[in-house]
Write a protein that binds this ligand. Structure first.
Ligand code: HEM
Length: 420
C-alpha cells in the first residue's frame, strides 16, 4: 500500500521541464528551481541525466571552474547514451575538435590564434557591411507591408555576415544559408539531413582553406592560416573546425538575439517608444544598454553548452560526482533576484547589468563584439525604417523552438505601413 506521502507529488520533484508550456515560458519554472532546488538533477528529453545550475552566483562559479571540462570524453555514460547528448562521436571528430569541446592547453592555443584573426578592429571595419546587408534585407520586404522577421531578416543576416567575415565568396553564400537552415530546422530532430549538411559544409571548408593557402585574402580564414604559418601550430582540420564553430556559434545565437529582442520590444511598447525616441534624437546610449538588457531578459543561449565533472566537486552546496554532466542555465541566472533588481522587468537603461548571456570564464563568447554590432544595427534599422512595426499575430499564437541549448521563435510575423 502506498503511503500518503508517496501519493502526493513531492515538491522536491519540481516543475515539469521541457514541455511545450516550458518552451513557451520557462521563467516560472526557473524561479522555482532557483528558490527550491538550485542545483537540480533532471533527466533530459534525450534520456541523459544532468545537473541544472540556476542561481547567478553558482552559475558564474561553475562557468569558471576548471574541474568542469568541455571535453565529452569525461562524460560518465555508456557510449550508446553519449550519442543522445548530441555530443558527436568519432565520426564527427574532424569538425568537432573546436573551442567549445576542448580544455587548456589546446583551448588556450586555438583561442589565441583565432583572437589574432578576429580582432575588434576587424569587427569595427565590418560595420558598413552589416548596415548594407541589413538594409538590403529590409528592401526586399518593405513594399509588402508584412514579413516574417525570422525567415526574411534575422535568419539570413548573420549567415551572410559570418560568410563575408570568413571569406566565403558571395556566389557560395546561398549554399551556406541552405546548410545552416537545415541545421537550425532539424537541430533537435532527425539527424540525417543535419549530418548531410555538416558533411557538405566540411567538404566545402576543407577546399576553401586549401584555396586560401594558395591565394590568401584579407579575410578570417586567410588570417588563421597566416597566424598558424608564423610559428604557431594549426592543422587544416583545426582550421576547418574553427571556421565551423564560428558559423555554428555565431549563427542561431544572432538569429535569436534579433528575434527574441524584437519580440520583447514589440510586447513592451513603452520601452520600444523610449528607444525609438532616443534613436530619432541620435542618442545611441540606450541602444547599447538596451541590447545588453535584451540579452539578459530573454537571451538566445538558454543553457550554456555541456560541461562534465572531471572529479567529485560541490556546486552551490550540492555534491556532484566525477563524470556527471552539468548544464549552467544562463536564462535562469540572468533573472536571479539575488543579483538583479526587478529581474523580470525589461529596463533598456539598466546599468548594473553583468549578465551571463555571453557566458563567463575562458569560453566567454569570442563573437560578442560582432553579435553586439549585428544586434544593434538590426534592431535600430528596423525601428528607424519601419516605425509603426507591429506583431501581426497574438503573442500566445507564437511558437518557440523546443531545443535544449537555444531559445528562439520559429516565426515572428509583423506588419507595417508598406513603402510606396
Ligand atoms: C561562446 C553566446 C554570438 C562565437 C559562447 C558562449 C555563449 C555565447 C554563452 C559560451 C558557451 C559556454 O561556455 O558553454 C552568444 C550569444 C551570441 C553569440 C548570446 C549572439 C547574441 C556569437 C558570434 C560568434 C560567436 C556572432 C562568432 C562569429 C563564439 C565562439 C565561442 C562562443 C567561437 C566559443 C569560445 C570558446 O570556447 O573559447 N557564445 N554568442 N558567438 N561564441 Fe558566442
Amino acid at each position: 500500500m502506498p503511503t500518503d506521502d508517496q501519493q502526493i507529488p513531492s515538491a522536491a520533484q519540481g516543475p515539469e521541464l521541457f514541455t511545450w508550456e516550458f518552451a513557451t515560458d520557462p521563467y516560472p519554472a526557473y524561479a522555482w528551481l532557483r528558490e527550491n532546488s538550485p542545483v537540480h538533477r533532471t533527466t533530459l528529453p534525450s534520456g541523459v541525466d544532468a545537473w541544472l545550475v540556476t542561481r547567478y552566483a553558482d552559475a558564474k562559479q561553475a562557468l569558471a571552474d576548471q574541474r568542469l571540462s568541455k571535453n565529452p570524453a569525461h562524460h560518465d555514460e555508456p557510449a550508446h547514451a553519449r550519442s543522445k547528448t548530441g555530443i558527436p562521436g568519432e565520426r564527427g571528430a574532424n569538425l568537432m575538435t573546436h573551442l567549445l569541446n576542448i580544455d587548456p592547453p589546446d583551448h588556450t592555443r586555438l583561442r589565441r590564434l583565432v583572437s589574432k584573426a578576429f580582432t575588434p578592429r576587424r569587427v569595427a571595419e565590418f560595420a558598413p557591411r552589416v548596415q548594407e546587408l541589413t538594409d538590403a534585407l529590409i528592401d526586399a520586404f518593405v513594399e509588402k507591408g508584412e514579413a516574417d522577421l525570422i525567415h526574411e531578416f534575422a535568419f539570413p543576416l548573420p549567415i551572410y555576415a559570418i560568410c563575408d567575415l570568413l571569406g566565403v565568396p558571395r556566389e557560395d553564400q546561398d549554399d551556406f544559408r541552405d546548410w545552416a537552415g537545415m541545421m537550425i530546422r532539424h537541430g533537435g530532430g532527425p539527424r540525417g539531413g543535419v549530418a548531410r549538411s555538416v558533411k557538405k559544409m566540411r567538404g566545402y571548408l576543407a577546399e576553401l582553406i586549401h584555396r586560401k593557402r594558395l591565394d590568401p585574402g584579407d579575410d578570417l580564414i586567410s588570417g588563421l592560416i597566416r597566424a598558424s604559418d608564423h610559428g604557431e601550430h594549426l592543422t587544416e582540420n583545426e582550421a576547418a573546425a574553427m571556421a565551423f564553430i564560428l558559423l555554428f556559434a555565431g549563427f542561431e545565437t544572432t538569429v535569436n538575439l534579433i528575434g527574441n529582442g524584437m519580440y520583447a520590444l514589440l510586447t513592451h511598447p513603452e520601452q520600444r517608444e523610449r528607444l525609438q525616441r532616443a534613436l530619432e534624437e541620435g542618442d545611441t546610449a540606450l541602444l547599447e544598454t538596451g541590447v545588453e538588457e535584451l540579452l539578459r531578459f530573454d537571451g538566445p543561449v538558454e543553457l550554456a553548452t555541456w560541461r562534465f565533472a572531471t572529479e567529485a566537486l560541490t556546486v552551490g552546496g550540492q555534491d556532484i560526482a566525477a563524470g556527471d554532466p552539468v548544464l549552467v542555465v544562463l536564462a535562469a541566472a540572468d533573472r536571479d533576484p539575488a543579483r538583479f533588481d526587478d529581474p523580470d522587468t525589461l529596463d533598456l537603461s539598466r546599468r548594473d547589468n553583468q549578465h551571463l548571456g555571453y557566458g563567463h570564464g575562458i569560453h566567454y563568447c569570442l563573437g560578442a563584439p560582432l553579435a553586439r554590432l549585428e544586434g544593434q544595427t538590426a534592431l535600430a534599422t528596423l525601428l528607424r525604417r519601419l516605425p509603426d512595426l507591429q506583431l501581426a499575430v497574438d503573442p500566445a499564437d507564437l511558437r518557440w523552438r523546443g531545443g535544449l541549448i537555444m531559445r528562439g521563435l520559429r516565426t515572428l510575423p509583423v506588419e507595417f505601413a508598406a513603402a510606396q
